[in-house]
Design a protein around this ligand. Sequence first.
Ligand SMILES: [Zn+2]
Length: 262
Amino acid sequence: MNSVGNLFLYLRASYGIYNVLKRMVYVMGYGYIGQMDPTYILVIIGIVITLAASARVKTTFSKYSRIHSMSGYTGAQVAERLLYDAGIFDVRVERVPGNLSDHYDPRSKTLRLSEPVYGQSSLAAIGVAAHECGHAMQHQHSYVPLKLRSSLVPVANIGSMAAWPIIILGVVLSWNSFLIGLGIILFSIAVLFQIVTLPVEFNASRRAIVKLGETGILQQQELKQSKKVLDAAALTYVAAAAATILQLLRLLMMFGGGRNRD
Ligand SMILES: [Zn+2]
């Protein structure tokens, strides 16, 4: 009798776990077990365009890394020169490990250039270094999209990390609509961040090309080639934004109509 009771409890617990797993599997994109959720195609499209953009920037960067500028300036020298030219004297230029890890940190006022940019005088290196200077110039001029983007960073970080766990928890807890709604709002903040990033990135590249031309660091033909590297880099931000928009669209399709499965 006792063992029958135990078996019953065991079966009930297993069924509970089975249900929870089934709901998790659904949210992760597989529909019911063995049946693919058709909205998952949006996630796959996002992954494909992100990978394509990232492959493109790598090949473009490597192509123009082999073409040296006539002026012979290295990425670091270009950065120092453009910052000086713009009247920015409180930004440090540092070397940072990695590939395409270049960035401007507005909090510490540091411009970090990766190994292949810092010491190289290629058209790719000069373009990237000038682009990061573009961000420092945006900071100097309190460029509104940059300020908006900086203020969104902490919320967007929390949003993108917490959104999925909260949505999954909401689904597991019998489609708790408050939790699912909260998760979607958090995810939307991450989407907004990606969208605000676009004008910031395009504008930094525009400033870079203008300054490289004005200072004569690059010649007209070189400017066009350097711009190709920056355009390819900008495309990765467009792809990232598109991928997160597609994911949001999928979330809305899955949960927009309330409880539609299970
Ligand atoms: Zn940038």
